[in-house]
Design a protein around this ligand. Structure first.
Ligand code: GLN
Length: 547
């Protein structure tokens, strides 16, 4: 802790009453309004589950897996953090109980604690504390979000660790922010504060006295209720902040600022509070209030029953639409439902089609149908990761009539247009993988460079020929099919720098058809919309004017 900047303050964010209150978005929004007053922020997430990372979890369990530039598979809240703060997350910003225990056990085997009995306190809690204060620079605020809900067994070591940190660093450098819900009971016609009181009591049992409460509520909180919460929870009344439901997430930073949340944070830390500049958020909210038009885009995937699985994707589409002063309406289509049906029934009312990333057999035929429809009906198409692999397979099957063209992910005995990657370069070193190797953390992950062909659609979109994008895949289009694809009208317009790995394909004879092996949605931000999404939406708007 000795290298820690003495001016850095820590805000610990916990959640109570119920899950899914949007702690990630709340943390990201607070970070953003602190930034708007000139402060430097960093955001971190601590997830109490036992997986080392969410990479092996089903998207139905955990929503999207967010990937950082440095190749960490992390909780989707890191996406909120990046999008709202513009600060790229790193490996050192995300941990889980699995990771913490892995470190403790490795160190025990190594003999680092020789002689000691290894216990949750202090060994696990010390590891959590190290994570929180490690790899920082000169941040004014580090916001640490504890996953889960106060009272969960898994979360206890985290609460103990932040309690200790507040003791170690001093209360003038730390703040406990607790997010709760005030449910509205229609028969009583009242917002109820009791669950919040209980949740704070629970925190107090762990030795944590919250400094600020952020109360989600569907209606304004009457002053007397605020006073009651403050009194019973031992919190200054001005630090009981209401978080009213809003119609879109871009209003959240503005709403918090209006409630004086950032000013209350400055007051808590005895810091001067420079004027805020929130004009960027205001501009976005204004566009969404009165867009020039609406564009409809179909997203064809297999996790559409849980839209959290496509969080970055839907956000990137929003960013692309906002950049075009439009509103995007996403038509979520379950790829399985497309199979053996008339695609016209699904696509006749959309202006663009997107096939996102995915894994496994279920629903793949539907994705191929979606690609075919876009290709043969001149509808703007964007394929991402598995979506690019499906686009290549579609061309091989339907244009070149190689009916068993497939990926070895789905069929070991196919014409392997897409196959397992067993070797690739990372920062000058060879990465080797085996068919029966571990599945956790072994994909081609994080930022890799792509070299784009001159004169391609990709070049016109990116306005450059050298890009870096984030990856998360185990399989890859085999470059040896390049000539065959060219004959079928599809070109490989981007590859890894050594030319081995296709990264972008496109169909020059189509108005707008492009598919990429990486995940552009992970780098799109409201104030830096990703060019692929801006141009995809632009092409879709153009298409909407033709039909
Ligand atoms: N399942 C495919 C692969 O591993 C695609 C992955 C993805 O879409 N993220 O290569």
């Amino acid at each position: 802790m000795s290298s820690l900047n003495p001016n850095t303050k820590f805000i610990f964010i916990t959640g109570g009453v119920v899950s899914s209150l949007g702690k990630g978005l709340a943390s990201a929004s607070l970070a953003s309004i602190l930034q708007s007053r000139g402060f430097k922020v960093r955001l971190r997430k601590l997830d109490p589950y036992l997986n080392v990372d969410p990479g092996t979890m089903s998207p139905f369990q955990h929503g999207e897996v967010f990937v950082t530039d440095d190749g960490t598979e992390a909780d989707l809240d890191l996406g909120h953090y990046e999008r709202f703060s513009g600060v790229s997350a790193r490996k050192s910003d995300s941990t889980t109980t699995g990771k913490i225990y892995q470190r403790v056990i490795d160190r025990e085997r190594h003999g680092d604690y020789l002689g000691a009995t290894i216990q949750v306190i202090p060994h696990v809690t010390n590891e959590i504390k190290d994570f929180i204060v490690n790899d920082l620079e000169d941040e004014d605020f580090v916001l640490c979000e504890i996953g889960g809900t106060v009272g969960d067994i898994e979360g206890q070591p985290y609460l103990e660790a932040i309690r200790q940190l507040a003791y170690d660093l001093g209360r003038d450098r730390t703040m406990f922010l607790h997010l709760t819900l005030l449910p509205y009971i229609p028969t009583a016609g009242e917002l109820k504060t009791k669950p919040t009181q209980h949740s704070v009591k629970k925190l107090q049992e762990y030795g944590i006295q919250p400094d600020m409460l952020l109360c989600r509520s569907q209606m304004p909180i009457p002053e007397n209720e605020k006073r009651k919460i403050a009194l019973f929870c031992n919190i200054k009344e001005e630090n009981v902040i209401q978080a009213l439901d809003v119609s879109n997430i871009y209003q959240v930073p503005l709403a918090y600022s209006k409630e004086g949340m950032d000013k209350a944070v400055c007051r808590h830390f005895n810091l001067p509070c420079p004027d805020a500049d929130l004009s960027g958020w205001e501009d976005i909210v204004n566009i969404l209030k009165s867009p020039e038009g609406e564009v409809r885009v179909a997203v064809v995937g297999k996790y559409v029953k849980l839209l959290e699985a496509y969080k970055s994707l839907s956000e990137a589409l929003n960013h692309g639409a906002i950049a075009n002063k439009h509103k995007v309406k996403i038509k979520w289509i379950d790829s399985e439902e497309l199979e053996n049906k008339n695609p016209e029934d699904f696509f006749s009312d959309v202006h663009g089609i997107l096939v996102p990333g995915g894994f496994g057999l279920r629903g793949t035929q539907g994705k191929i149908e979606a690609v075919k429809y876009a290709r043969t009906h001149n509808i703007p198409f964007l394929g991402i990761c598995f979506g690019m692999q499906m686009a290549v397979i579609e061309t091989m099957r339907n244009v070149l009539e190689i009916s068993n063209a497939n990926t070895t992910e789905l069929d070991e005995n196919c014409e392997a247009v897409v196959g397992l990657m067993t070797e690739w370069d990372k920062d000058g070193a060879k990465q080797i993988r085996h068919k029966d190797g571990d599945l956790g953390g072994t994909m081609r992950l994080g930022a890799y460079e792509t070299v784009i062909k001159e004169g391609s659609l990709a070049q016109s979109i990116y306005q450059t020929t050298n890009i870096s994008e984030r990856h998360r895949h185990r399989y890859e289009v085999n470059i040896k099919y390049q000539d065959a694809l060219n004959k079928a009208g599809m070109i490989i317009s981007g590859t890894s720098p050594n030319g081995d790995l296709p990264e972008i394909v496109e169909i020059p004879n189509h108005p707008w058809f492009i598919a990429v092996q990486y995940h552009p949605e992970l780098k799109s931000r409201p104030f830096a919309p990703h060019p692929l999404f801006v141009e995809f939406i632009k092409a879709s708007i153009k298409h909407s004017r033709l039909v």
